[in-house]
Design a protein around this ligand. Structure first.
Ligand SMILES: NC(=O)c1ccc[n+]([C@@H]2O[C@H](COP(=O)([O-])OP(=O)(O)OC[C@H]3O[C@@H](n4cnc5c(N)ncnc54)[C@H](OP(=O)(O)O)[C@@H]3O)[C@@H](O)[C@H]2O)c1
Length: 289
């Protein structure tokens, strides 16, 4: 199976590509704009800027059977209007062209920010109500792709990712800052109150889940990519410090809770489990025909 991974050099893409390579049954093509980073992946690649005119994009990108679309520009800056003015417009134009030119199966990474300020356990049917330009752009992109399915019968898997940590995490993220504090021998660490409940997975787990949902043959639609296990941010940080055998006194309450996030929310992974089971079943049949 020919699989194209857009945004392959990013935090998540760098883990998706090796997972796909490990399966041993995919021809993988990675794409992004920075050729030096693409070379480091050790996969076939095409340098491609999706802001350019997409008239022959499907051909140039190797006529894949599956596109795992991870690319997105300008993260985080969640409230900046470029998510709507530029990203939404250009990503839809690119994806629409790929589909019109023959792409049969598309998997796109959305975000839990599409849900907005709902608290509690969130199944995929929860009405989206984004409060950030980023969440709104992703939600509108999904709706436009669903409308496009009326014209072109392609398979669409829309993945709402929750929170991630792990190798390659951007320096701005909480867990990267905890690691920096431990690495530099700081004694204290300033953070929020830490009582907010979140749904975290390691980036390696998320990458495997993205690939499994994209490649399984049975289920389309929206999937939460989540653990289903809420954890307080304070406990997450404390467990990480303990796992590293470090010592760091937490200065809780220095920073306010983010206004664009509810205090306690996590994903319902029921649909995700069905898709993963369908993937495992197919893997088993491929190994034992
Ligand atoms: N990280 C998270 O915690 C998280 C949570 C929820 C959802 N997501 C979603 O998951 C996806 C991947 O996130 P990430 O954290 O891996 O992002 P990232 O580290 O910022 O990587 C973005 C990727 O997109 C590529 N890209 C950006 N603009 C491009 C363009 N114009 N043309 C072609 N490629 C372009 C980048 O490479 P170049 O700059 O070289 O082109 C890079 O490979 C995104 O859609 C994001 O919204 C992430």
């Amino acid at each position: 199976m020919k699989v194209l991974v857009s945004g392959a050099t990013g935090f998540i893409g760098q883990q998706v590509v090796p997972f796909l390579q490990g399966l041993g049954r995919c021809r993988i093509l990675a794409s992004a704009r920075d050729e030096a980073k693409l070379q480091e992946l050790g996969a076939d690649y095409v340098v491609y800027d999706l802001n350019q005119e997409p008239h022959d994009c499907y051909e140039r990108l190797g006529r894949p059977e599956v596109l795992i679309h991870l690319a997105w520009e300008g993260l985080p800056h969640y409230q900046e209007s470029f998510h709507l003015d530029r990203n939404l417009v250009n990503h839809y134009r690119f994806l629409q062209s790929m589909i019109a030119q023959g792409l049969p199966s598309l998997t796109v990474t959305g975000t839990c920010y599409e849900y907005g300020l709902h608290n509690g356990c969130l199944p995929e049917e929860t009405a989206p109500n984004p409060t950030t330009c980023y969440g709104l752009a992703k939600d509108v992109l999904r709706r436009r792709l669903e409308a496009l399915q009326q014209q072109h019968p392609f398979r669409l898997r829309w993945l709402r990712l929750f929170f991630l940590y792990g190798p390659g995490q951007p320096e701005r993220t909480l867990m990267a800052k905890v690691d920096q504090a431990l690495d530099t021998g700081q004694e204290t660490f300033d953070m929020s109150g830490g009582e907010q409940l979140r749904d975290y997975l390691s980036v390696t787990e998320v990458a495997a889940l993205i690939a499994k949902v994209a490649l399984q043959p049975r289920y389309d639609g929206i999937f939460n990519i989540c653990s289903g296990q809420p954890i307080s941010v304070r406990r997450l940080v404390e467990e990480h410090i303990a796992a590293r055998g470090g010592r760091l006194r937490l200065n809780l309450g220095v920073f306010p809770y983010p206004a664009h996030e509810p205090l306690a929310f996590w994903g319902d992974p029921s649909r995700l489990r069905l898709a993963v089971a369908a993937f495992e079943e197919e893997q088993h049949h491929a190994a034992h025909p």
